[in-house]
Design a protein around this ligand. Structure first.
Ligand SMILES: Nc1nc2c(ncn2[C@@H]2O[C@H](COP(=O)(O)OP(=O)(O)OP(=O)(O)O)[C@@H](O)[C@H]2O)c(=O)[nH]1
Length: 306
């Protein structure tokens, strides 16, 4: 299945709901606009964005005399596209780079680190990738990363369960520095954004990593903090993103599980509210189920265009 097809399949729920709205017989009337707004709200975009999009589309339709379902669909996809932020560069391509993966429990951090390590090691022969396991809380996370590391032939730097995650990150950077690594991917333990103590611990992890990364032998290594969000968490994903951003200053987002029951709108709500780029999306559990985020494709898939 092509990338666009798997995205389309993942966003099926939103597409089907919008298909019903666009299945109007004759003229676009008041009820069309009401249904459109309701459907966008149900798609996890949030009331404010849904209202803004509907109002703007209504104005565009009147100005450009858009009447057919196809014309309106295309205009909707274009309007939605405007909410997304283009990254200045790709943090996994533009090396040297150290990326810290943060997020709530079970969001898909460990799996995403593994998928990216595999994809980057495979796509670029000679690229020196290293995985750091700073999830010292969940023993299975270390084992999971070991499996991904072996599969991708990428070293995994780890310490015993219960070790201080900030000092693990220091050691990971030390090791990466010695090896002359290009890309350092660090998994952190899942935590609730509502736990001040765990968020403080994470802020320390980020601070220590940044500090050590400044003094790499080959020059300072940029550190990026990426929030991994399970798309199926709906509007709660926005609360998570705001809290993690307040505590850490995020650089970007990765949305996982867009293949499941996700409706997709949360990606848009987070991108719009925090003005952060989405670097990758997860559309399954396997190594190949990770895509670069393409806002135009995403919006077309969301509204049911091919
Ligand atoms: N369907 C689907 N499942 C995914 C995706 N990404 C991750 N998963 C699954 O989600 C579950 C949790 O993933 P993990 O990577 O262990 O999550 P985590 O964020 O590291 O978890 P904690 O360490 O507990 O915080 C696993 O069963 C993964 O296979 C995705 O894009 N699609």
């Amino acid at each position: 299945m092509g990338l666009f097809d798997s995205l389309k399949r993942g966003l099926e729920r939103s597409r089907e709901a919008l298909n019903e709205v666009f299945y109007f017989g004759g003229e676009v009337d008041e009820s069309f606009w009401e249904e459109l707004e309701d459907t966008l709200v149900m798609g996890d975009m949030g009331g404010e964005i849904a209202m803004r999009v509907t109002d703007d589309l209504r104005e565009t339709a009147a100005r450009k005399n858009l009447k057919t379902a196809d014309q309106l669909r295309a205009a909707l996809a274009e309007r939605l596209r405007e909410f997304f932020v283009e990254p200045e560069s790709d943090i996994f391509d533009d090396t040297p780079s150290c990326v810290l993966f943060v997020g709530i429990n079970g969001a898909g951090k460990t799996t995403t680190v593994g998928k990216i390590a595999s994809a980057e090691a495979e796509a670029h022969a000679g690229k020196r990738v290293v995985i750091g396991s700073a999830d010292t809380f969940r023993a299975a996370a270390i084992e999971q990363l070991d499996v991904w590391g072996q599969r991708a032939d990428v070293p995994v730097i780890k310490r015993d369960r219960g070790s201080d995650p900030a000092s693990v990150c220091y050691d990971v950077l030390d090791e990466a520095d010695k090896r002359g690594s290009d890309l350092v991917l660090i998994d952190t333990a899942g935590r609730l954004h509502s736990s001040p103590e765990l968020m403080r611990e994470l802020a320390k992890v980020v601070k220590v990593t940044r500090k050590r990364a400044e003094s790499c032998a080959a020059g300072p290594m940029p550190v990026h903090v990426v929030l991994v969000i399970d798309s199926a968490t709906g509007q709660n994903g926005l609360v998570q993103a705001e809290e993690f951003n307040d505590a850490l200053g995020l650089d970007g987002i990765i949305m996982t599980k867009l293949d499941g029951t996700a409706k997709g709108g949360i990606a848009l709500a987070v991108a719009e509210k925090l003005k952060l780029p989405i670097y990758r999306i997860g559309v399954g559990e396997q190594v190949e189920d990770l895509q670069r985020f393409d806002a135009a494709d995403f919006c077309r898939a969301l509204v049911g265009l091919d």
